[in-house]
Design a binder for this molecule. Structure first.
Ligand code: NAP
Length: 353
């Protein structure tokens, strides 16, 4: 029996994870946590609403941590699992983006593994399995383009939170849905892929695939490209991460090839500057990705609360990145400080926007 600690149990990923665990006789929840929503109806021996996730994990001693918390708040749980060599099923991309080298060092010390839950990274993980790094040419992360694909910058000046939350292909929590509308999500994923797979940024591309059927692909040096296809349904990568390497059955229908459209286009860098800002932060390294993430979290929250226009999000993030030194974090204390500093700069940016 594999004992799963589910963090973020009340969210979009969390609820789908519960469905996967309940349907699989080899999985059980040993702990479940949320931020503030009650965990009524969640069947787990240890339950915690708010509070210290590390304390919960210490008590639960899980075989796998499914980190489905949203945002930097997931950092301690990610580092706890990596440091102890406990399998980390990672949906909480923000923690890997922010912690970067610190997370990789903890992974090395702990000797465990990260099983990506993000659908693109689950796809890349599967396409890369059993291949040597020198066989890989480029990673291509795909994205739907979000609800504002095809619009010009001017057309985004007055968009509302409600419009940004109407994602064309995925049903997700509000923060990642806004990130998909700005393409910050794809930016975070570029940094996440860099840390997960050790591929330099120059060899990580982004392609828009509006129907979200191709979940990502890898180009190899011999000219072959391996892609991962499937319906946009997070139960598949969640199940893969929790049952790896078993690939358990899910209730999804087989892919109907005759009903598919598989067109690709390049992202529009003028209208969606968050992608370039994320790349810039990734290339700077150190705590620049942490600052990118922190400023984005602040700006997205302000947009959702009606305190910042949509186009203010990249403005606040760009100004924050320009103001931080991005010096590497020697330890978690440094990282928390870099996160705090970027948040306070971003809050000031929101106030004057
Ligand atoms: N949704 C998707 O399809 C999808 C796909 C790929 C990756 N991801 C990633 O998965 C993560 C979760 O996304 P989501 O869409 O599931 O978000 P969501 O629906 O907003 O759910 C977030 C979850 O995190 C919990 N949480 C927030 N702060 C917490 C804290 N301090 N301690 C404990 N729990 C806390 C929330 O609890 P409350 O309910 O109490 O607030 C909720 O259970 C994000 O990093 C996202 O980027 C999501």
């Amino acid at each position: 029996m594999k004992r799963v600690a589910l963090l973020g149990a009340t969210g979009s990923i969390g609820r789908q994870a519960i469905e996967i665990v309940e349907a699989h006789p080899g999985l059980e929840l040993c702990a479940a946590a949320s931020g503030s929503t009650p965990l009524d109806g969640v069947d787990a021996p240890l339950k915690q609403v708010g509070g210290d996730l590390v304390e919960l994990l210490e008590r639960a001693q899980p075989d796998v941590v499914l980190n489905a918390v949203v945002g930097f708040a997931g950092i301690h749980a990610t580092l706890w699992a990596l440091e102890r060599g406990v399998d980390l099923a990672l949906a909480n991309k923000e923690s890997l983006v922010a912690a970067g080298e610190l997370a990789l060092a903890a992974l090395e010390r702990g000797g465990g593994r990260i099983l990506p839950v993000d659908s693109e990274h689950s796809a890349l993980f599967q396409c890369l399995e059993g291949r040597e790094p020198d066989q890989v040419d480029t990673l291509v992360l795909t994205g739907s383009g979000g609800p504002f694909r095809g619009r010009s910058r001017d057309e985004l000046a007055d968009v509302t939170a409600e419009q940004a939350l109407a994602h064309p292909t995925w049903r997700m929590g509000p923060k990642i849905t806004v990130d998909s509308a700005t393409l910050a999500n794809k930016g975070l994923e570029v940094i996440e892929a860099h840390f997960l797979f050790g591929i330099p940024y120059e060899r990580i591309e982004v392609a828009i695939q509006p129907t979200s059927i191709v979940h990502s692909l890898v180009r190899f040096r011999d000219g072959a490209a391996l892609a991962h296809l499937g319906y946009p349904d997070m139960r598949v990568p969640i199940s893969y991460a929790l049952t790896y390497p078993e690939r358990a059955a899910t209730p999804l229908p087989p892919l109907d090839l005759t009903a598919l459209t598989l067109e690709f286009e390049a992202p529009d860098p003028e209208t969606f500057p968050m992608l370039a800002l994320a790349r810039e932060a990734g290339l700077r390294g150190g705590t620049a990705p942490c600052a990118f993430n922190a400023a984005n979290e602040v700006a997205v929250a302000a947009f959702l609360e009606g305190r910042l226009p949509f186009l203010g999000i990249p403005e606040v993030v760009g100004e924050t990145l320009a103001a931080v030194d991005g010096a590497p974090a020697r330890d978690l204390g440094d990282l928390l400080e870099a996160d705090r500093e970027a948040r306070s700069l971003a809050e000031r940016g929101v106030a004057i926007a």
